[in-house]
Ligand binder design. Sequence first.
Ligand code: ATP
Ligand code: MG
Length: 362
Amino acid sequence: MSVLQLSNVTKLYGSFVAVNNISFNVEKGKILSLLGPSGCGKTTTLRLISGFEVPNDGAVMFSGVDMKGRRPYERNVGLLFQDYALFPHMTVRENVAYGLKHRNFDKAKIPARVSEMLSLVKLKGFEDRRPGQLSGGQQQRVALARALAIYPEVVLLDEPLSALDAKLRQELRFELKEILSAVDATTIVVTHDQEEAMSLGDSVIVMSGGKIMQQGAPTDIYTNPKTRFVAEFIGRSNWFTGRLLPSSNGLAEFQSGSGLRMVVPVPDGSVNGTTFDVCVRPERIQINGIGQPSSLAPGNEMRGTIRDVAHLGADLHLVIEIPGGQLLTVTEKYVGQALEQSGQEVSVAFRPSDCIVVPSGS
Ligand SMILES: Nc1ncnc2c1ncn2[C@@H]1O[C@H](COP(=O)(O)OP(=O)(O)OP(=O)(O)O)[C@@H](O)[C@H]1O
Ligand SMILES: [Mg+2]
């Protein structure tokens, strides 16, 4: 049975639909990443689960039990807010003990539990400090220890790493994953960072305008987005817009508005009279010397001119102009090869199976 289940949950503020008929499950010990642009309803979804908001419609269930009518303190939820809101006048020890004291946890056992949580988040020795005497990353860990201390049935983390700089964020992302797995927490992590969502989540939900646009394993969402919105939200992409011509063998001929022809997989549903957008991820495009056979044949090949080469550590990011003037973004692994030069004529190639076809305007 799922530890957390939302069924057709809707939340209105006046006539504004903040959360629009969403349903999903989270299984025991799994992490679900909730991803989407600012204002799409992520925090509202967490507030509905924790009981700070009441749905206008639908149900929130914990291990099969309907939470209707239960106040926040009657739900076994460990919460970490968007700004992690530690109590500034309390010590680290008092902050972590807070939830335990307010939930009638056996008083004699509180010190041991606090100590256990502080070793989990690697903050032993910091017990008597106040939040103002800690770095951002340390405060974040105290907030996490506080959320996990109460043996929560469900853990809700709202942008847990957003207050941190990029390097610390990456380090803590890995630590956070380890800590959650150590306590087998059933977790929802809200983020608007797609890399974070994909690296933390066993599954990912992409939201927009209060609705779930797509849900799946991180790799599935990246390689098989159903709409342009999801494809653009998860990772970088190159786009062509055009029409599909009659097909065979599960493949179709695609003709772009600028006259490019390529072979693509046939999308689900009708292809007649509809415009499609084709997405090709930058790392799926191969660059060859002119006249050099493509290792991706039989595929899609076109001439191009390199307009920019940027060497970013392990990766090369190239901008290539193709016939019609469109600029493609291409990434290559940098393994010490001679760098392509701006102005160089090349041919670019990609497999039909590397093309993602979605309805235009989706
Ligand atoms: N109490 C409220 N009254 C009216 N509208 C609200 C209220 N709370 C949230 N909203 C609106 O509901 C929508 C969803 O808000 P929410 O806080 O869930 O967004 P979010 O996805 O968490 O965004 P962010 O990434 O910026 O945190 C927004 O348009 C917001 O303005
Ligand atoms: Mg929010």
